[in-house]
Design a protein around this ligand. Structure first.
Ligand code: SAM
Length: 204
């Protein structure tokens, strides 16, 4: 598989927009999700670990899942994350992990996955009964957020009503949206949502 983030990995963390988004999304997760020291967390599309780094001190372990070796190499090179973050370079849609998690978080990775329904069903399969997701991405935008020739962008943001319906179709409940951060870029405001939801606890 081509690593679409190979070049971006080099300067990812020096991009001002990336800093604004990861800071806002991290703060929103901390505000809306109760974390505990025994929790096992998956960060889907973890990249260089900007979200992992904010969660790791508060949970048992973060499993950083991504398909970009280059982005994960930057994460793996951070000594402060070594004991708390496990790096997993794998496409969990085609090759699911043989374990489950208490929480799945994700920042700005959903729009890189073509089949959102399949991704959400995969998240359900990777959660313990009663497990939660906290997923951040762009609200619907006109396509100007990414350069026109960029590869691997399948969604120009997400409509909150449609995403709620997709989450419920996949088996999630207690769906709630918040605006994590609004990014100002080239004169346009791009709101970024955090959606939280949980799966049933299996008790009838
Ligand atoms: C916009 S970056 C966000 C990285 C990080 N979450 C952050 O906020 O800095 C999107 C990330 O999603 C990853 N990604 C794209 N498709 C993926 C897939 N099918 N499975 C796992 N990760 C994927 C990319 O490799 C990239 O690291």
């Amino acid at each position: 598989m081509t690593d679409l983030f190979e070049e971006k990995a080099e300067d990812w963390e020096s991009r001002p927009a990336v800093a604004v988004i990861s800071h806002g999304v991290g703060a929103a997760i901390l505000e809306h999700v109760r974390l505990s020291p025994e929790m096992q967390v998956m960060d889907f599309g973890a990249g260089t670990g900007l979200i992992c780094g904010q969660l790791a001190p508060r949970v048992g372990k973060v499993h950083a899942v991504d398909v970009s070796e280059a982005m994960l190499a930057k994460l793996a090179a951070k000594p402060e994350l070594r004991d708390k973050v496990e790096v997993v370079c794998q496409d969990i849609l085609t090759q699911p992990l043989e374990r489950t998690f208490d929480l799945i978080v994700s920042a700005m990775a959903l729009h890189h996955v073509e089949d959102t329904d399949a991704l959400l069903r995969s998240f359900v399969r990777h959660l313990v009964p009663g497990g939660r997701v906290a997923l951040a991405d762009l609200d619907t935008e006109d396509g100007a957020f990414h350069p026109p020739d960029v590869e691997g962008v399948f969604h120009h943001g997400f409509d909150r009503v449609e995403l709620r319906a997709a989450l419920e179709r996949a088996g999630f409940r207690d769906v709630g949206f918040a605006t994590a951060v609004v990014l100002e870029k080239e004169g346009t405001a791009y709101p970024i949502f955090l959606v939280t939801a949980s799966v049933g606890d299996g008790i009838c």
